[in-house]
Write a protein that binds this ligand. Sequence first.
Ligand code: NAP
Length: 472
Amino acid sequence: MKGHYIDGTWTGDEPSLPVENPATGAIIARVADADAAVGQRALEAAAAAQDKWARTSPRSRADLLMAVFGLLHERADRIAALITAEMGKPLAEARGEVSYAAEFFRWFAEESVRAAGGYRLAPSGTRRIVTMSQPVGPVLAITPWNFPLAMGARKIAPALGAGCTIVLKPAPQTPLTSLALMELLDEAGVPAGVVNCVTTSDAAAVCTPLLADPRLRKLTFTGSTAVGRTLLALSAPRVLRTSMELGGNAPFVVLAHADLDKAVAGAVEAKMRNSGEACTSANRFLVHESLAEEFAARLTERLAALRVGDGAEPGTQVGPLIDATAVASVERLVDEAVRAGARVRTGGHRRPGPGYFFEPTVLTDVPADARILHTEIFGPVAPIRTFFTTAEALAAANTTTAGLIGYVYGENLNETLTFAENLETGMVGVNAGVVSDPAAPFGGVKESGLGREGGREGLDEYLETKYLGLAL
Ligand code: NAP
């Protein structure tokens, strides 16, 4: 289909990198496959465009972001179809992702005209303290396949708004959506070199030299904790600024006083959005003993009724997983849990091909040490455990090196909020199965990452604070 987008031009050799539809296994397109030299050219373009872009007025940058917001809505159906074709999620969810991604452009258009600064007298009375915000400089953005549009949007929009130029390296499974976004940015009038995109089958070969290049000033990464760790190590020699949105292991806690209707509805959302292939996906259900059987029965009924299939078919509620490796990984986790004593309430198996499908699954009686409770499942499987005391639930919820998000359901306001405050996560859904919002700071603690995307904080990730000390 397309080459790389560098310096406002489409370039590249004959496209050779295949893109597969995970619902059918069919190759739907081929894209260019960058080597290290192509990555260098992209950074060269970003570095050359940096000064002028930083000096472009915040209002002009905001106007461009608003134009992209408008175009995304205008082309929503086409882009949603692309997301579904290369990633698999049902069309309705893909349309939701387009709206969510578009909101990052609107939000950061609004925020970018309000970069922080101040002017005050030092307590000593000997100087004035003046602070200003300046763009960090050229950015490398590396994104995963699970939200092909939104993960790029929530990096590109704040980077551009702050006055940074950017090179995007999307996941090889889902490059088409990123390339479609490049077309829109180009059409909106984003100047050449400000945004660049390279697709590759060898991410390390392309990105490692860029991380060592003094022209690069920031890395923003969304993906697994394992790769995040490697990239942090590669960023250390140059003390590169980094933002890291890494893996999760979200507990979903149902306290004794929870409203079961709300909890079950929230559980379906938190578990099944994106077929469970989300960093925010509820990974472990911890339910008070008094509600556990009813909760399990109702969740089982809801998941068993979901229609699994090709996301492009009307009525599909759960799409395929991304590839054969993903299915094998989910299958292994379920099989191990079952061998260790877990009971399958629904699902439990892969579906025959073509495509990479796994049945929505509920497991109860899962042993505390089962690997499924300590690993990011990234699939439509809900393991349930029970607890007697709130202290026991909190200890279990926090027994993980991840700290992205947790969910807590309860009607006793004080106890529910106290629980939320004590969860070791960057975000908590309180009686809410989805919390993602471009206006809110998204990110984790512990091994789930560094920094925040969205909210006021999302712009700060691309700004440096400069202090001018003015002698009186
Ligand atoms: P991944 O394997 O870590 O890959 C993410 C991106 O990093 C891909 O573009 C990948 O390209 C690239 N990459 C891998 N090794 C690299 C290297 N040495 N140098 C440069 N780039 C490299 O993650 P994934 O499987 O695509 O995505 C799933 C993970 O993302 C899950 O853990 C999920 O929780 C996490 N995630 C987190 C958030 C969040 O906001 N916290 C949001 C969404 C997803 P290649 O595939 O070509 O290696």
